[in-house]
Design a protein around this ligand. Sequence first.
Ligand code: BG6
Length: 491
Amino acid sequence: MAKSNYTQSDLMLFGALGDLAQRKLFPALYQLDRSGLLDQGSRILAIARDSIDTGELRRLLDKKLREYIKPEECDEVLLRRFLQRVDYLYLDFTDADGYQSLNSWRGAPDSNLIVYLAAPPSMYGVIARNLRAANCCSSKTRVVVEKPIGHDLASSQVINDELGEVYRENQLFRIDHYLGKETVQNLIALRFANNLFASQWDQNHISHVEITVAESVGIEGRWGYFDKAGQIRDMIQNHLLQLLCLIAMDPPSDLSADSIRDEKVKVLKALREITPDLMESHVVRGQYTAGTSNGKPVPGYLEEEGANKGSATETFVALKAEIENWRWSGVPFYIRTGKRLPEKLSQIIIHFKPAPHYIFDPDQKHLANNKLIIRLQPDEGMSLKILTKDQGLDKGMRLRQGPLELTFSETFDTDRIPDAYERLLWEVMKGNQYLFVRRDEVEHAWRWVDQVIANWNDSGESPKRYAAGTWGPVAAIAMITRDGRSWYEDA
Ligand code: BG6
């Protein structure tokens, strides 16, 4: 077994038999091991409330890892070595006495201890208190928690207070897995390593910004969770607002966690409140009905397994966000996200303003603004649409729009893009918080989203219907058309 240069980390994984752990966390840990990033002595304690033993867990993981890892990345020797690192502990999370056995499991006393709570947020407080009572953590312990942190500002404060009673902010790693995506981090490089863009990044040069995070899947057996959350809590409060922050924030003075997070918080604080009179022009919520997805008929949200037929939960949201500061005054950010849209696609489009004086054929004037298309997934890359002269003697000075194209997989010879969870776990092991969300970010995001939800509740309006496999309710198209614009795909 190769010894890596990295500090030994012991990971206690609460909720180890859940979907997140099985589908994302264990595969990510295996990949870290495969890349030589786990120290020889690093161990994983899988903790859950099922009466199985370590042997059974390893057999289960052996099966699941083969399901979630590409066959060419599944090395028999590495897999066996990885499974040897994992032990299982049955624990009722509320049983304080049970936590005593955690201490005897620890390896080297000076190893990093990481506690990963892949458990319901309502359990975070009790787990934290029980760990403290059993003397299982120190000021060096790092605690990883998953979204959603609450379902509104007040409940997120309760959860954060409970965690804060036991851990300091610099021990808490709140995950938003979008921040672990390679292309999302690239937004920082794109903006702050290229003066070409830095000097153009404001209301003098940009007319508007679009952010689309579309999924073709429906609710996939998660109806119980999703129906209480809806798309605004599940996606906008976290992933979409984080993307908006990375696009809109001012340059941080360095790459430290707090420099970046301070700038993101300023954006969240500057978001214009969407008051009841703005709801009609600024917000559209939708719910999918039966339709087709990838050529196959699919049921509507209310016909999914386990559905409550009267649910008014939204599966689609389009919003016009405005940032009230010098940089972005008058530049709308149109954001939309939904389930059962035509394809899985996350992209950001920066629409630059046209040149101040136009001298070409009047019928081509609509072409005259550059666009930067940032493809977050799939087909990761970016494309800058620029105007050139059309070729040929007969074309005169006719214009043509073409891309300056950067497709990461073609330009850089990377064999694989690591999954977001690999990067995030790796950053936790290194103790670097810049890809994790600070408490005040969570709270400002809730504050903004809460007022939209309150307005929905007060209006009593139902979400607008859209057929599965379409780009959401017609009202979402009308929202942007009213401003004389269109969503990029529809252009
Ligand atoms: C999760 C949401 O945070 O992100 C899911 O809870 C959503 O509803 C998922 O499907 C999307 O993530 P990704 O990485 O597939 O775009």
